[in-house]
Design a protein around this ligand. Sequence first.
Ligand code: GAL
Length: 415
Amino acid sequence: MRRNRSFLVLGILAAGLASGLAQAKELEVFSWWAGDEGPALEALVKMYKAKYPDVSVVNATVTGGAGVNARAVLKTRMLSGDPPDSFQVHAGQELIGTWVVADRMQDLTPLYKSEGWMTKFPKGLLDLLSYKGGIWSVPVNIHRSNVMWYNPAKLKEWGVTPPKTWPEFLSTCAKLKAKGLEAPLAVGENWTQQHLWESVALGTLGTTNYGKLWKGQIKFTDPKAVKVWETFGKVMDCSNKDASGLSWQQATDRMLEGKAAFNIMGDWAAGYMATTKKLEPGKGFGWAASPGTNGTFLMLSDSFGLPKGVKNVTEVNNWLKLLGSQAGQDAFNPLKGSIAARLDSDVSKYNSYSQSAAKDWKANKIAGSLYHGAVAPESFTSQFGSVMEIYLSSKNANAAAQAAQEVADKINLGK
Ligand code: GAL
């Protein structure tokens, strides 16, 4: 009898434990928004926790600007059948050309329909997220790639204004060098140089031809495209020699500290300067479209999706609903330096930099970022890093152009 009772007690305990385990709800959010880049994501996680207090959120970040390390970790996890519940990925080819074509993502069209999102996001952005009749992720923002940052007080002191074209940039650079500024342009590690390259390409080729490059309608070996490398080389001659050891934040710091005059970086730099450094836009930092690109918004968008085979589907759907909501976007983006992807965002919640970006987003021509996944698949961008290395070590524009075209041919870029 006694024995039976203890079995009963054990049984009840075990059942309780099992149901407790079954009830433990979890959501893993995977991104590269760590450290300085964390506040905007943390604001979203806080909102999620307030709404779903019984879910424990694992904020899994892998440090490294632009996802240089996170993308490699993600690849390993996806390929080993251990996908995070939801992960950061750029809208466009970075998602479509990898995990969507490999049939690893869930179609989110039903979510877009039930949340009424089909009309809440710009059509062009929905196109970027779509492939073969499905919509594959939820965009949380729009970032601008082609921004040139400067310190207004310093430019005044040096007697220069933000250059409007690349030739003008080079003459401003010479002027600043003559004044003793060794490296007028601050650049960082390899990816930030590829980031700079896309601004040089857009400003040299113009918006139409820049777009044609990604569709395979202009070859990298075309004299127009070779000229991009030639200009890029001259621009790099204006930059610091210790670039490879600097993060994007450290490169931005060089400009803020007056050790450099300019830094070309996406507007997460505005988030860094306003949110982390507490600087006032227009006073603590100034901005202009990168040379030759005024009137064009070189865009990219961070998004999150639902991989196939994850356990916490309800929790992910609730996460995506929050990301795509007006309240979620208007909590995240003012801290991030980006603008909302939604059309109905409340601009009064944003600082003057973001308000000017929002205006340009509506009025400008739109082009897609290379490095941040909008226009070319990862099979191209990952090898473009080696093309960049070839150029930096040889300074041979034709060799770089040839190497870029070989990669484009190999992966059938634009086809
Ligand atoms: C981009 C990303 C931005 C920002 C930046 C620097 O690729 O879209 O949100 O995180 O990298 O890390």
